[in-house]
Design a protein around this ligand. Structure first.
Ligand code: MG
Length: 379
């Protein structure tokens, strides 16, 4: 089997209800889907988390010429070759995000070639069902009363759908943040897990003040409190609060996560499979986290293809410490508006009663709807 063609599809779709996190308002959804064709009539699909036009350029101009004519089965060898091709210029960021998309597509191809799901080729499954948490509860209005009304209804919707955990956004200023998190804890009651995510919207002083004030609200984790470069800031906050500190969606490869772990900076690592270096690198980071006794909780924010890749990884993430009461990783289930996230899949990955099932078909275990791909493709 040889690779014959590689296409990077840039997708864009407007949304009716804009929403905000600490950095920006979101009024359209974008995606980067990579398609790897072979002479065996088998196609592999991948998802890249990052600026799609930039990822497409790196994939088509820098990586694709190195892959055409090669066997997709030599996983680690191809990963090292692509990483080394841009090592002098791209040890993190866009070069690694583009590599991630290709790596996921190559795993999909390998699974289809051997007739096995990716998780089986990676040594699993350790689990075939994963409890999901709803990612949502973004700011929807700058008017606090209106925003709280909208988010109360949204949180109640997640409860009604069977979710037992959910995540909201902070980083809008101390008063807004505390008012929101207090309101949400009252809405969902004491038995549902609540996580908060600042998207690195606080400096150290703000993060410490916010963490101290949130401690009585039983917060499951405080995600990206400070800038991703500020590893010392992470470690200091972790030492100062009882709330577990999480981060990693803006970090790349085992090299970044090695530094984070050596510094004792996080309780929970959150690499994005479609950004940190693909499934190959995610598994390496997971093993590194395990050796440090640190939890791994994948970040998921992309198309259904990225969601499927996350499910394959979740099936093989090592249990931090096996026991009757062992902690199990959760699926981050993006519940914000997205016109093509699940429409891209012939069979969407659904959460029923708060639980998602790992796809069992060959490769990523999904089929892509080309009509939906064409509808939203802009390149
Ligand atoms: Mg986040």
């Amino acid at each position: 089997m040889k690779i014959t063609a590689i296409r990077a599809h840039v997708l864009e779709a407007p949304i009716d209800q804009p929403f905000a996190f600490s950095q920006a308002w979101v009024d359209k959804r974008v995606g980067l889907v990579v398609e790897v064709e072979t002479d065996a009539g088998v196609t592999g699909w991948g998802d890249g988390y990052g600026p799609p036009w930039a990822l497409a350029a790196v994939i088509e101009r820098s990586y694709a010429p190195r892959l055409i004519g090669r066997s997709p089965l030599a996983g680690d060898a191809l990963w090292e070759e692509l990483y080394n091709a841009l090592r002098d210029h791209g040890q993190r960021g866009i070069a690694i995000q583009a590599l991630s998309a290709l790596d996921i597509a190559l795993w999909d191809l390998r699974g289809k070639h051997f007739g096995a799901p990716v998780h089986a080729l990676m040594g699993g499954p350790i689990r075939s069902e994963v409890r999901a948490y709803a990612t949502g509860l973004y700011r929807r209005s700058d008017d606090r009363t209106k925003n709280h009304k909208l988010l109360t209804a949204e949180a109640e919707g997640y409860l009604a759908a069977g979710f037992t955990a959910m995540k909201t956004k902070v980083g809008f200023g101390y008063d807004d943040d505390i008012a929101l998190v207090t309101m949400l804890r009252e809405t969902i009651g004491p038995d549902v897990a609540l996580f908060v995510d600042a998207n690195h919207g606080c400096d150290r002083v703000q993060a410490h003040r916010l963490a101290r004030a949130m401690e009585p609200l039983d917060i499951g984790w405080f995600e990206e409190p400070v800038a991703p470069e500020d590893i010392v800031g992470y470690a200091e906050l972790r030492a100062a609060t009882t709330i577990p500190i999480a981060g990693g969606e803006c970090s790349f490869t085992r090299h970044d996560f090695h530094r984070i772990l050596e510094a004792g900076a996080m309780d929970i690592l959150q690499p994005d499979t479609a950004s940190c270096g693909g499934l190959t690198e995610a598994k390496r980071i997971a093993d590194l986290a395990w050796t440090h006794g640190v939890r791994y909780q994948p970040h998921v924010w992309g198309t259904g293809i990225g969601l499927a890749a996350a499910m394959q990884l979740l099936a093989v993430l090592p249990t931090t410490t096996p026991a009757f009461g062992a902690h199990q990783p959760l699926l981050e289930y993006d519940s914000t508006p997205h016109p093509f996230r699940q429409d891209l899949l012939v069979e969407p990955i659904v959460v029923a009663d708060g639980v998602a099932t790992v796809p069992q078909g060959p490769g990523l275990g999904i089929e892509v709807r080309r009509d939906v791909l064409e509808r939203w493709r802009v390149n």
